[in-house]
Design a protein around this ligand. Structure first.
Ligand code: HEC
Length: 121
């Protein structure tokens, strides 16, 4: 492919992406995380009420994360990985109203991708 063609393809993909996948906004995701998740999760290995989320976007695929965030109880009753994960916890993650929104889930996942390799949040 010539450079011009490559640039054109890139521009087309970049233009189409937000429509196809829902634009992910990590900054919005951070605000949501601080409000809804930080009481139970750190982005380190430290276990709080819930598991530390260091490396979580490497451990879990986007689709798994979307399903988990949308409905943790349903995942605990159907998904073997969610069942294994839940075993050591006495109180479990509940359904969170704001996670019914696809946009909110995408934004949190974008934030986790940026931040879950981080060490000190
Ligand atoms: C009341 C505490 C609590 C809140 C609030 C909470 N979680 Fe959780 N979370 C848990 C627990 C406990 C687990 C472990 C699975 C289980 O037993 O439900 C978990 C599991 C997870 C996992 C899977 C981790 C892994 O290693 O696979 C992710 C991802 C996650 N939570 C993200 C979030 C996000 C994002 C929010 C905010 C929107 C959130 N959680 C809010 C308690 C919480």
């Amino acid at each position: 492919m010539t450079r011009v063609k490559r640039a054109l393809v890139f521009a087309l993909v970049a233009a189409a992406w937000p429509v196809a996948a829902g634009a992910q906004d990590a900054a919005r995701g951070e605000a949501l995380f601080m409000r809804l998740c930080k009481g139970c999760h750190r982005l380190t290995d430290s276990v709080m009420v819930g598991p530390g989320l260091a490396g979580v976007t490497a451990r879990r695929g986007d689709e798994w994360l979307r399903r988990w965030l949308e409905d943790p109880p349903a995942m605990r009753s159907t998904d073997p990985d969610a069942q294994t994960l839940s075993k050591p916890f006495r109180s479990h993650m509940r359904k969170i109203k704001d996670m019914e929104s696809t946009q909110n889930r995408e934004d949190i996942i974008a934030y986790l991708k940026n931040a879950s390799g981080g060490l000190n949040k």
